[in-house]
Design a protein around this ligand. Structure first.
Ligand code: ADP
Ligand code: MG
Length: 255
């Protein structure tokens, strides 16, 4: 059975896209047939795997609007076992359009659209936009799991409790099968006392949810998207590569 996993956090700049791209690529390297879905109008996951945002025939917007068959939106990337459903700015109005449509269940559009391809993949990784709007709601309603990337900041803890409340509401009302796969600490620096404090708080409140592996801050991870490469293909022997492979392995044991 294929598993759909949302990478979600309403805060921007916390490492959602970096983690979605690199975990999806790592799962491919580990031998899992993986589909990366870009659900952010910014299209950073799209360009992050070397696909140009301009001139795309179909994007996730066309899938959600019912304007193409989902199969026709899937692009093979040049990376091992990794395919992509791309996004670009055309997705910006979709949040609104989903609510305008005469759809009886606007939160279930993505779940219905993905039903026919779900089992063709081991993992479908969805890079959500930085909000808890209708796009993220669609992704969470379609998902088996959610990964929450976060930075070790004090305010991140407040954001996290809000996100957890949203997740449990979605679980109650729309998708009883949804579970929190894990919380992933990104841009980690061991030096800061705050890092340790946040980590301890997380362990106290979300025992068992924190991934054992954290992602260190590293320049290779931030420069790889500029080359359109997941870090494995940019810096194979590097720390970022090893850490994302380790998280992907952990994820595969959890879901
Ligand atoms: P989000 O998708 O949550 O907005 P991104 O993944 O785009 O976050 O990351 C925000 C910025 O931080 C990007 O410029 C990205 O390259 C950088 N970044 C993410 N993770 C790391 C890391 N581990 N080390 C260094 N820079 C990182
Ligand atoms: Mg992003």
């Amino acid at each position: 059975m294929g598993k759909i996993i949302s990478f979600a956090n309403q805060k921007g700049g916390v490492g959602k896209t970096t983690s979605a791209v690199n975990i999806a690529a790592s799962l491919g390297v580990l031998g899992y047939k993986t589909l990366l879905v870009d659900l952010d109008p910014q299209g950073n996951a799209t360009s992050g795997v070397g696909v140009a945002k301009k001139g795309l025939k179909f994007t996730i917007k066309d899938v959600l609007m019912g304007d193409c068959k989902i199969e026709d939106s899937i692009i093979q990337t040049e990376f091992e076992k990794l395919s992509l459903i791309p996004a670009n700015m055309s997705l910006a109005g979709t949040e609104f359009d989903l609510l305008q449509e005469d759809t009886p269940e606007p939160w279930a559009v993505m779940r219905n659209a993905f039903a026919s391809i779900k089992d063709q993949y081991d993992y479908i990784i969805v890079d959500c936009p930085p909000s808890l709007g209708m796009l993220t709601m669609n992704s969470l309603s379609a998902s088996d799991g959610v990964v929450v990337p976060m930075q070790c900041e004090f305010y991140a803890l407040e954001g996290l409790s809000q996100l957890m409340i949203t997740i449990s509401k979605i679980k109650t009302h729309y998708n009883t099968g949804l579970t929190v796969t894990g919380i992933l600490l990104t841009m980690y620096t061991n030096r800061l006392l705050l890092t340790q404090q946040v980590k301890n708080e997380l362990k106290k409140h979300y025992a068992g949810k924190l991934f054992d592996t954290h992602i260190s801050r590293g320049v290779k991870l931030s420069e790889a998207p500029g080359f359109g490469l997941p870090v494995y293909y940019h810096d194979k022997k590097g720390k970022g590569t090893a850490e994302y492979l380790a998280v992907a392995n952990e994820l595969a044991t959890r879901i």
